[in-house]
Design a protein around this ligand. Structure first.
Ligand code: SF4
Length: 453
């Protein structure tokens, strides 16, 4: 394989991770916006979780009112720029565009959206001035898409907002987890700085809220608290060999590449376990980091993968190979054998994965006895789901969780403890950036109603 050379410099890294939806120039934007039919009751709008008036902003671009187009976008979606780049538009707005019925390429809505919002961010255009203070304070825990969206909306209505985040940079997974070929860190952070300047919420970086005392302090100081903490670390597979060297969680692996770029060395033969979009990202990124072979191993069939079809195609386009109906039963090292593997320690490096073949019967995965085999590798990336932050959530009095560990909320995203609201992955269990942005804004409206009742 090795379609990509290992990046040794920042520019080589940028080349390997070149943007799959690059910024349009003005000619491209004019031409593309000319193709829009400005449909009545446009299906693209109905398919957007934030309900952006897409025909309006495309018409504004077409009449050279680029800043007006940006305002139309931000009015519905505070992450207008990031969403133009990272949204799975193929299954949202662009997937709903009427051109699909005529076998004509749908309008490139995402790229037009990024084109307009980029101009507003680059020129520092101010659209919003928060109302005078209404004398209420809200703490937002988590500076991800849900938390920042909630903070912006609350500020618009005169609420004082402090945002706490354990990381050094805001935007949650947008900067730490989205594949670099979808959006650059610079793009994400420019939009974050743009929002912070306009809305004036206070951002406390590197500030972890984790102990009961932290929660009690917030409860005493703030009128309401918003939980936008997302999900936790990659879940354990609970098979022998998980603690070997070069066995990584996908979320942690992707974050490492997002932050340290070409300073990360990805081994030569990588196996990614999982069939979701995170697995596709981890596999694509391994290939772009110069790994010679990248295999995606999934315990069900190709058709049963949770990933979007276009994400799998993207991974295949950089040389990733898929093996299906295989379940890992042990991660092995050169020092370990199947029998003594439980004693293999962290100093041993992974040398392969022992799989067993599977079949799906009545929707359930069944293993096929006697079908075990070892696939060699020197790196394993587990993309088999993220844990929930249950022990932290259990510290909050009266906060009820659903059976799957997500937070129980009502239709305005209020939890069972009336002072707490929540949205984003901590409620949904894992959705797109755009869903978190939409729900964070709705939660802000719920908080306002609660503060003013
Ligand atoms: Fe334009 Fe397609 Fe939306 Fe119609 S559905 S308004 S053609 S983008």
């Amino acid at each position: 394989m090795a379609e990509y050379k290992r990046p040794n410099t920042e520019s080589e890294s940028e080349e390997n991770f070149s943007q799959i939806k690059p910024l349009m120039n003005s000619t491209e934007a004019y031409y593309e916006s000319s193709r829009c039919l400005f449909c009545y009751d446009a299906p693209c709008v109905n398919a957007c979780p934030t309900g952006i008036d897409i025909p309006l902003f495309i018409r504004q671009i077409n009449s050279n009112n680029i800043i007006g187009a940006a305002k139309t976008i931000f009015d519905s979606n505070y992450f207008g720029h990031a969403c133009g780049k990272v949204c799975p538009t193929e299954v949202l707005c662009e997937g709903a565009c009427v051109y699909n019925h005529s076998d004509v390429k749908p309008i490139e809505i995402g790229r037009l959206q990024s084109y307009a919002t980029y101009q507003a961010i680059a020129t520092g255009k101010t659209f919003y001035t928060p109302k005078a203070s209404i004398g209420k304070k809200v703490a937002v825990i988590g500076a991800g898409p849900a938390g920042i969206s909630c903070a912006c909306e609350l500020r618009m209505h005169g609420v004082e907002v402090d945002v706490f985040d354990s990381k050094a940079m805001p935007s949650g997974l947008t900067v730490h987890g989205v594949a670099p070929y979808k959006i650059t860190n610079e793009d994400v952070l420019d939009e974050m700085a743009y929002l912070e300047k306009q809305f004036g919420y206070k951002l406390f970086h590197n500030t972890t809220i984790s102990a009961k005392e932290d929660i009690e302090q917030l409860q005493n100081k703030y009128d309401a608290i918003f939980l936008g903490i997302g999900l936790g670390t990659t879940s354990e597979l609970s098979i022998p060999g998980e603690d070997l060297k070069n066995v990584f969680g996908a979320v942690e692996f992707i974050e490492e590449i997002k932050i340290h770029h070409h300073f990360v060395t990805v081994p030569n033969k990588v196996i990614v376990l999982g069939g979701g979009n995170t697995a596709m990202d981890a596999a694509s990124e391994s290939a772009r980091m110069g790994a010679e072979t990248v295999i995606l191993a999934y315990r069900r069939s190709k058709e049963e993968m949770g990933a979007y079809a276009f994400e799998y195609e993207l991974a295949k386009s950089v040389g990733v190979k898929g093996i299906f109906n295989v379940s890992p039963i042990e991660i092995v090292s050169s020092e370990s054998t199947f029998a003594k593997s439980a004693s293999a320690d962290k100093s041993s490096v992974v040398s392969g994965i022992k799989f067993i073949r599977t079949k799906t019967v009545n929707g359930k995965v069944e293993t096929i006895p006697g079908s075990e085999f070892v696939e060699e590798c020197d790196c394993v990336i587990k993309a088999t789901g993220q844990s929930k932050q249950i022990s932290f959530l259990n510290l909050i009095h009266d906060l009820q969780l659903n059976g799957n560990g997500t937070i129980k909320v009502n239709d305005v995203f209020q939890t069972t403890n009336e002072k707490y609201f929540a949205a984003g992955d901590v409620v949904s269990g894992g959705e797109e950036v755009v869903n978190a942005v939409a729900d964070g804004k709705k939660a802000a409206k719920g908080i306002l109603k609660y503060l003013l009742h």
